[in-house]
Design a protein around this ligand. Structure first.
Ligand SMILES: *[C@@H]1O[C@H](CO)[C@@H](O)[C@H](O)[C@H]1NC(C)=O
Ligand SMILES: *[C@@H]1O[C@H](CO)[C@@H](O)[C@H](O)[C@H]1NC(C)=O
Length: 769
């Protein structure tokens, strides 16, 4: 496939095309203006815009000789974004956008083309939602027949010829500048790369902006356009807009297609064609759905029907009705989701964790179906292990069960049946959903994004294999944040680690623009997103070890999430998939998502007071929990523990630790004296008596103090291969000025029955009898 030149160097291409373009545009304009009363004009259908020998062309040359095209051609287009200052746009903006706190607004270049050719009033005053969709994609296509969202497009490609040329051309100047100003901070290569990034920033940002705007608009126009609420909202929006124009006394001019637009056959830019251009990486097949029994389906199964009856006949998949000619794959995918379930995205290396998780789910009396999503290869042995964990009799319970037996009620454990309830497990292979050309784009963490799109549930809990939940999964769906929005996210540890200021600006530029709102009712980003510490510069914001989503409600945001995965300028700024979930929502204009209030806690046991003594012999005020597990409190009560990450052992990496070097660290766990004792401790289940949510200072900074108290909420101590963090219940203290900057976090003390439950679940997961 050829590269989309339109975006590679749009300006250059434009200028290069100037000569021929000017010629026929002059002609086309003339033709349009004089069509009816100029007897000399020939039947347009007989005329080619490319035909320079035609009578039309020659006549045109005589009437309106083109201006000389050199030495400095006048640009054909007005400066970009002129339309934004048109009085109609300003009126609509004032009336329809009450609050804009972004401080920056960047729009897709397609709008420049649209409003170059059409009066602002004629578009807003005449076109309904579908006509606007049509206009957008017609323009996108007509200005670049090769347009495609290219997942392989490297926006900061240091391997490219352009970069090499740039580096070579400026070699001497860069060397000089480098030695004078920057040789301490970075290498010469880095220095030049930075210059390149700066030089190409404008093009890069515009390309990203166009990609994302086009994805958003495509989704709203052609994927979720069958949603009744959306249709109603669109109609209200358009009529409100017309009312505003009427009241303001605007003269609405009729809308006419340009000559060029009217020459496009709708099949060239329509929804079904453009699905291939916006999502070229999709093969447009469903994944393979394999039940634990070995039954295999090629369409999303209807779990409810399937589970209700063991009758062979009812085991139908849901998509019978969709016809083969229906090319709107994504719409069909959206329609096919059904029911509630648990989704776990894994590879072979996660199989032991997965087995433990399934045992845990049995202990929690889980009745939801579980979909294990993998990309390409999950070995037969792995599947077998998982099925055994889900289906074999589970009758031997750890001794710690005695302390919690009354919590689960009668019928929890049926010794005459299979012991703990068996699980309905499915394997979903996403390998064939991807076009071969793009398979390598979904390695590693990105599988989780695919799992989000291709599991079969309408509502699901997406978990990592090493995520531990402390309560029955159904309770998660009842959390108020989820009920309210259909998308509940959890925050990460609020670790003092900053991102560059430019990040916030970039994400604002990529978010929906004012014209996206006025044309398509795609809301601009508000404080709901902008007030988050991420935009103030906090590096880690979301913890994606557990995510709750309603796929139907947020289908278009989930699609945008996949697209973000291809843009390395974005993925370089976030760790793995972590932030992509909520950022996709924010960048999609879908702010109907909720985060829990608390940042992640440190869960485990308090460091004994005897080990919390300062050099002057006084005890620290700040309590401490050192734990390798970020923990998440129930947002609805603020005191119960919902889930933790990184398995249930004290140290998830227990089998690959250099115990000798951890033993000599000597700062924590002072009562552990030998390597063997360390290994035994790391391998055993985490015991949880307390949790601490450390405070975060409003400016995200450290609270230096003269009392020797912690200045930040989290400290990395090097234990558990540096996966263990110590969290503090307070930070700051008296400062040199005599005042106190102390901030308190949150300490939760779990009661006896909660501790017993954690012990039981820990024993189940680790496999202790
Ligand atoms: C999806 O469902 C909607 C409404 O329920 C329907 O209008 C649409 O045709 C369906 N799409 C496909 C591809 O089956
Ligand atoms: C896969 O992508 C390539 C390159 O973009 C394209 O030529 C091919 O038609 C695609 N195949 C399918 C099955 O969509």
């Amino acid at each position: 496939m050829s590269k989309p030149k339109y975006y590679v160097s749009r300006q250059i291409v434009r200028q290069a095309l100037y000569v021929s373009a000017l010629v026929w545009i002059t002609y086309a304009t003339y033709w349009l203006c004089s069509n009816d009363n100029n007897q000399n004009v020939l039947d347009p259908s007989e005329y080619s815009i490319y035909d320079m020998n035609s009578e039309q062309y020659i006549l045109q040359q005589k009437l309106h000789p083109p201006e000389p095209s050199s030495p400095s051609p006048k640009p054909i287009k007005k400066p970009s974004g002129d339309f934004k200052y048109h009085s109609t746009v300003l009126t609509l903006q004032t009336k329809m956008i009450t609050n804009d706190d972004r401080g920056i607004d960047k729009h897709s270049l397609i709008y420049n083309d649209i409003f170059q050719d059409h009066g602002v009033d004629s578009v807003f005053g005449n076109l309904d939602f579908n006509q606007r969709c049509d206009l957008y994609f017609r323009n996108l296509f007509s200005h670049d027949h090769n347009w495609v969202f290219d997942p392989n497009r490297q926006l900061n490609d240091f391997e490219s010829e352009e970069f090499k040329e740039f580096a070579k051309e400026n070699e001497e100047a860069f060397k000089k500048a480098y030695e004078e100003i920057d040789s301490v901070r970075v290498s010469l290569r880095q220095f030049i790369s930075e210059q390149w990034l700066q030089k190409t920033a404008v093009v890069r940002e515009q390309t990203m902006s166009d990609y994302l705007a086009t994805t958003r608009i495509f989704n709203k126009c052609y994927v979720t356009n069958d949603n009744k609420d959306q249709i109603k909202k669109n109609e209200d929006f358009i009529s409100q807009q017309r009312q505003i124009l009427e009241q303001s006394g605007k003269q609405v001019t009729p809308f006419t297609n340009t000559k060029f637009e009217s020459m496009l056959d709708p099949s060239t830019y329509g929804a079904s064609k453009f699905e291939y251009r916006v999502y070229p990486w999709l093969s447009r097949s469903f994944p393979i759905y394999e039940r634990w029994t070995g039954e295999v389906f090629s369409n999303p199964p209807n779990m409810k029907q399937l589970l209700k009856s063991s009758n062979q006949e009812s085991k139908k998949s849901i998509n019978k009705k969709a016809s083969k000619t229906q090319s709107k794959f994504l719409n069909q995918l959206k329609n096919s989701s059904n029911g509630k379930g648990i989704v776990i995205s894994i590879a072979d290396k996660h199989v032991d964790d997965t087995v433990n998780l399934i045992r845990l789910l049995r202990a929690l009396k889980n009745a939801l179906p579980i979909e294990i999503v993998y990309n390409g290869d999950l070995s037969k042995e792995s599947k077998k292990k998982i099925i055994i964990a889900a289906r074999e009799d589970f009758k031997t319970l750890p001794r710690s069960f005695n302390n919690v037996a009354n919590m689960f009620g009668p019928g929890y454990f049926d010794p005459n049946q299979h012991g703990l309830p068996r699980q309905e497990v499915w394997f979903i292979n996403t390998n064939n959903v991807l076009n071969n050309s793009y398979k390598e784009k979904f390695q590693g963490f990105a599988n989780k994004l695919l799992a989000t799109l291709f599991n079969s549930f309408e509502e699901f809990i997406l978990m990592d294999a090493d995520t531990i939940i402390m309560t029955n999964p159904e309770h998660f769906f009842a959390l108020s944040g989820y009920v309210k929005s259909g998308a509940l996210f959890f925050k990460d540890r609020a670790i003092f680690s900053r991102r560059s200021r430019g990040d916030a600006t970039m994400f604002k530029k990529l978010s929906p623009s004012i014209v996206d709102k006025l044309m398509f009712d795609i809301p601009i980003m508000t404080d709901h997103s902008l007030k988050r510490e991420f935009f103030k510069g906090l590096h880690h914001y979301m913890e994606s070890g557990l995510v709750l989503l309603n796929r139907n409600k947020h289908f278009s945001s989930i699609l945008l999430m996949q697209q973000l995965n291809f843009i390395t300028t974005i993925t370089n700024k976030v760790y793995g998939d972590k932030e992509l979930f909520w950022l996709a929502f924010a960048l999609n204009g879908d702010e109907d998502y909720q985060f829990t209030d608390h940042f992640a806690a440190s869960a485990g046991e308090l460091t004994p007071a005897a080990e919390r003594v300062k050099s002057d012999g006084v005890n620290y005020q700040a309590l401490e929990i050192c734990s390798a597990h970020p923990a998440h409190l129930n947002p609805d009560d603020g005191t119960s523990l919902l889930w933790i990450n990184s398995g249930f052992r004290n140290c998830h990496k227990a089998n690959s630790i250099d115990y000798g070097s951890e033993l000599v660290l000597g700062t924590k766990f002072k009562n552990i004296k030998t390597e063997e004792a360390f290994k035994a401790f790391y391998s055993s289940p985490l015991r949880i008596t307390h949790a601490i949510v450390p405070p975060l200072s409003p400016d995200l900074g450290l609270l230096e103090n003269i009392e020797g108290e912690p200045s930040g909420g989290w400290m990395l101590e090097g234990y558990c291969s540096a996966y263990m963090f110590c969290g503090y219940s307070s930070i700051g203290g008296k400062t040199t000025s005599g005042e106190s900057n102390k901030l308190e976090g949150k300490l939760v003390t779990f009661d006896e029955s909660a501790r017993n439950l954690f012990n039981y679940l820990g024993d189940i997961w680790v496999g202790i009898e």
